[in-house]
Design a protein. Structure first.
Ligand SMILES: Cc1cc2nc3c(=O)[nH]c(=O)nc-3n(C[C@H](O)[C@H](O)[C@H](O)COP(=O)(O)OP(=O)(O)OC[C@H]3O[C@@H](n4cnc5c(N)ncnc54)[C@H](O)[C@@H]3O)c2cc1C
Lengths: 397, 79
């Protein structure tokens, strides 16, 4: 049988895993990205709150297996009806099968006042330079109120806003500034962490460390002159140092038909087979897809593996499994483990869990090539929510 | 009502962070007078929506439940 052309747009976590996984005897694989550098985004947290000098960036080509053609180009338009992908330069690409894995970008224009504070104080969800800005501000901080939270109900890596405040609190403690610093965490959700199971694990830690939580706080606007953040719900909080997670938005790519995306520019897909709504030959995975699960690398990974199997003609279904590592400071952590049909587990905070988080980062580059697939298969089986539920439960209703 | 702006938010079978994300998002994008019909399977949505309505001063018009889903109808009266 003649080989088919598989075109993958975006060589981040999801796109790279898919390109490496797919059977090259069945497909000619072309991977397009506007950048030829691969950034391990979870490292932004450690650049911002621990001043890590290791930026964790590699050349994309060094991460690809034989048989993948990498093209450095920016995609401007995806025509799903014509099966053509247009780039800002050069000829359009045709395909037999398409996978969109373009991730999200930060949209600071959505919230009045956000632009000003974002450029002054940085953030840890956009790029390395912004994360370094957070670190330099934290480093020169001498006391006052540190306010951390997400500015939009959707957030890349749901534990990351809390990880930020836990690590900031630990930092001030270590610097001897804890008594001079007040910590406020705001969230649009009813409690610090949206899933009850994990919230029950986290809340005692927030109390113990004196971190104030403002729930149901959806940012409406920020007044930089008054150093105050206002919520739609009618509350406000004053800051000396704000570290605010910007709203994520799908990439600015034109689509035909336009109706495949929602107003956050995320692509509508079937949540089980990841096919773009209305199309049998096109898929979307990772942060840029409107999949009702956490925007995390683990999900991009599992979605990529699902699509690879489907493209190879095998049976596969994505179950929404999450496995988000959660650094709770002082050398301990937990994982947010659940799925579409299984509630998040009340998974304990331990040193071992943080060790696991760091180990997963250490083996990231190799795992993109599938070198740890068999270990991950066992890991995901051993940590299936239905298994863990018996031991740890899921918290109250 | 003929020209009522009713939005169905289908949050059935969603993984973490779950239906409260969808409600919060729909609220952000709503105007006074809008009606949000939230569909969910996670029973936690009932107490969360109640707490949300108390906090924001919005109105829960009905909560109905069958084997397939929980439907909560919310009228936005404050934004
Ligand atoms: C602070 C922080 C901590 C995190 N911690 C964790 C963690 O502990 N565990 C975890 O699993 N996940 C974590 N994540 C989330 C994880 O990084 C993302 O979910 C993951 O990178 C998503 O993968 P993706 O392939 O969908 O998108 P990305 O990895 O963002 O890749 C998208 C790619 O598409 C390319 N692209 C975009 N537009 C175009 C275009 N028009 N033309 C061509 N190319 C384009 C981009 O250049 C990029 O290379 C964290 C994220 C942050 C910010």
């Amino acid at each position: 049988m003649a080989k088919k052309n598989l075109l993958i747009i975006g060589s981040g976590d999801g796109g790279t895993i898919l390109a490496n996984s797919i059977d090259k005897s069945m497909y000619n694989v072309t991977l397009i990205d506007k950048s030829d550098k691969h950034v391990f985004q979870p490292q932004y947290l450690y650049i911002a709150f621990q001043g890590s000098k290791d930026t964790m960036v590699r050349d994309e080509k060094s991460l690809l297996k034989k048989g993948v053609t990498f093209v450095k180009k920016e995609v401007s338009r995806i025509d799903l009806n014509e099966r053509k992908v247009y780039t800002t330069k050069g000829k359009p690409h045709s395909y037999d099968k398409l996978v969109v894995a373009t991730g999200v970008t930060s949209d600071i224009s959505m919230i009045p006042g956000m632009q000003e504070i974002n450029s002054k104080y940085g953030d840890y969800h956009t790029n390395i330079a912004q994360a370094q800005k957070v670190w330099s501000n934290l480093n020169s901080f001498k006391g006052g109120t540190i306010v951390i939270g997400q500015s939009y109900p959707i957030c890349k890596c749901p534990p990351s806003p809390l990880e930020g405040i836990f690590l900031a609190e630990e930092l001030m403690h270590r610097k001897g500034l804890r008594k001079k610093t007040k910590f406020v965490f705001f969230t649009p959700y009813p409690r610090a962490y949206p899933a009850e199971g994990i919230n029950e694990v986290i809340e005692p830690l927030l109390k113990e460390r004196g971190i104030e939580v403002m729930p149901f706080f959806n940012i409406d606007r920020i007044d930089p002159a008054k150093k105050t953040i206002y919520s739609i719900e009618g509350d406000s909080v004053k800051y000396d140092l704000p570290i605010i997670v910007p709203p994520p938005k799908g990439m600015n790519i034109e689509y035909n038909p336009d109706s495949v995306r929602n107003d956050d520019r995320l692509v509508y897909v079937d949540k089980f087979n990841l096919k773009i709504k209305g199309f049998d030959d096109a898929f979307a995975i990772g942060d840029g897809a409107a999949v009702p699960t956490a925007k995390s690398g683990v999900d991009a990974h599992l979605e990529a593996k699902t699509v690879a199997r489907i493209l190879e003609g095998k049976d596969a279904k994505f179950n929404g499994r999450t496995n988000c590592p959660f650094d709770t400071g002082y050398g301990r952590g937990t994982f947010v483990i659940g799925s579409y049909d299984e509630k998040v587990i009340k998974y304990p905070v331990t040193h071992m869990n943080l060790f696991m988080k760091h180990m997963m980062a250490k083996i990231y580059w190799e795992s993109l090539k599938g070198e740890f697939d068999s270990v991950f298969d066992i890991y995901f089986k051993e940590t299936e929510p239905s298994r863990l539920e018996k031991k740890y439960g899921t918290g109250k209703e | 009502m003929a020209n009522e702006n009713r939005k169905i938010v289908d949050s059935r079978g969603t993984a973490c962070p779950g239906p409260i994300t969808d409600l919060s998002l729909a609220y952000r994008k709503s105007k006074v007078g809008d009606v949000i019909e939230l569909w969910a399977t996670d029973p936690g949505v009932k107490s969360d929506t109640k707490a949300w309505a108390e906090k924001t001063g919005n109105k829960i018009e009905s909560v109905t439940e069958d084997k397939e889903k929980i439907v909560i109808v919310i009228r936005i009266v404050r934004r």
